[in-house]
Design a protein around this ligand. Structure first.
Ligand code: PBG
Length: 305
């Protein structure tokens, strides 16, 4: 009765990985319980996810071929575009959010156009906006840019509005730190940079004030929801965000946070249900309205009983 907050399945967003092929459900070795799905298998999974009461999924695509400009990211028949069309047909009430980035699609693994060993921010914006627009045209309910180029929220907003998608919201990865916690995801999505790292466009771990500045810029540019990522080691940033902005705040309980708990639970060192529930609760307590988590399915199952 006197509990200040609750974690509910309604607050959760479940990330899903989609790849080409038929009848594929392939476990990601560094993320037990997380799979690559082909579009048909993804639809089955999504039906179960919706039946558990999880309101939304966040889609990541694994392309057939990568190239310098990440062209499958914005191709009409790209993996995400196909998956979105199929999902909206199979499970119309499930909110489909798409990750908007180039790194899964580029041969060099960076989130933007690369020239002379540098990521070129302004030229990348056009491709990011094209990607977001192609997702909206396929039927995505919301787009979530994770590339961290400066100015991308505005570029996406303008591209969407121009084509009649004024009502498609943007959830921006606003304070996204260059983090070792993304390790298992990079295995899952095959998007580790082939040279250098992402510190030119992602944020530096010690910088708390800079995170506020990044979030303020995204809100100004028109972000409808702002995200803090990773979550577990960045609770102060979530709390700052809650105190400074009125838009909904999302926390991304990332791959490394998930895999550490899974590995320790498999060894019997910790109780998974207890740990996950406590982690999700702390994120809500810090100020997150929404939590993107690979544990959503497990958590919904525990709640169901
Ligand atoms: C792509 C992207 C990444 C994640 C989400 N989108 C990886 C990265 O930036 O290197 C990480 C998600 C996770 O670790 O669960 N830009």
């Amino acid at each position: 009765m006197v509990r200040e907050i609750n974690v509910s399945v309604d607050d959760l967003i479940y990330p899903l990985f989609v790849a080409h092929g038929l009848d594929v459900k392939l476990q990601i070795p560094s993320m037990p319980g997380v799979f690559h799905f082909s579009v048909d298998a993804l639809c089955k999974e999504a039906e179960e996810v919706a039946a558990l009461g999880i309101p939304a999924v966040l889609l990541f695509g694994i392309p057939d071929e990568k190239d310098d400009l990440g062209s499958e990211a914005y191709a009409n028949d790209g993996i995400i575009q196909r998956a979105v069309r199929a999902l909206k047909r199979a499970v119309p009430d499930l909110v489909v959010i798409t990750d908007v980035c180039l790194c899964e699609y580029t041969s060099h693994g960076h989130c933007g156009i690369v020239r002379g060993g540098e990521v070129i921010n302004d030229e990348t914006l056009e491709l990011i906006a094209r990607t977001a627009l192609s997702h909206a045209e396929a039927g995505a309910d919301m787009v979530a840019p994770s590339d961290m180029m400066d100015g991308r929220v505005l570029a996406i907003r303008e591209a969407l509005d121009e084509r009649g998608f004024e009502n498609t919201p943007i959830m921006s990865y606003a304070a996204k730190f260059a983090s070792a916690f993304y390790g298992p995801f990079r295995d899952a999505a095959g998007c580790a940079p082939q040279f250098g790292d992402r510190s030119g466009y992602q944020m530096d771990c010690p910088n708390r004030r800079e995170a506020l500045k990044e979030m303020a810029l995204d809100v100004e540019e028109g972000a409808d929801i702002i995200m803090v990522k990773p979550a577990l080691s960045y609770m102060d940033i979530i709390s700052d965000a809650r105190g400074s902005f009125d838009v909904p705040i999302a926390a991304y309980n990332v791959s490394g946070e998930y895999s550490m708990v899974k590995a320790a639970a498999e060894k019997g060192y910790v109780d998974e249900r207890g740990i996950v529930t406590e982690i999700l609760t702390s994120m809500r307590r810090a100020g997150a309205d929404l939590i993107i988590t690979y544990s959503a399915r497990d958590f919904a199952g525990w709640q169901a009983g």
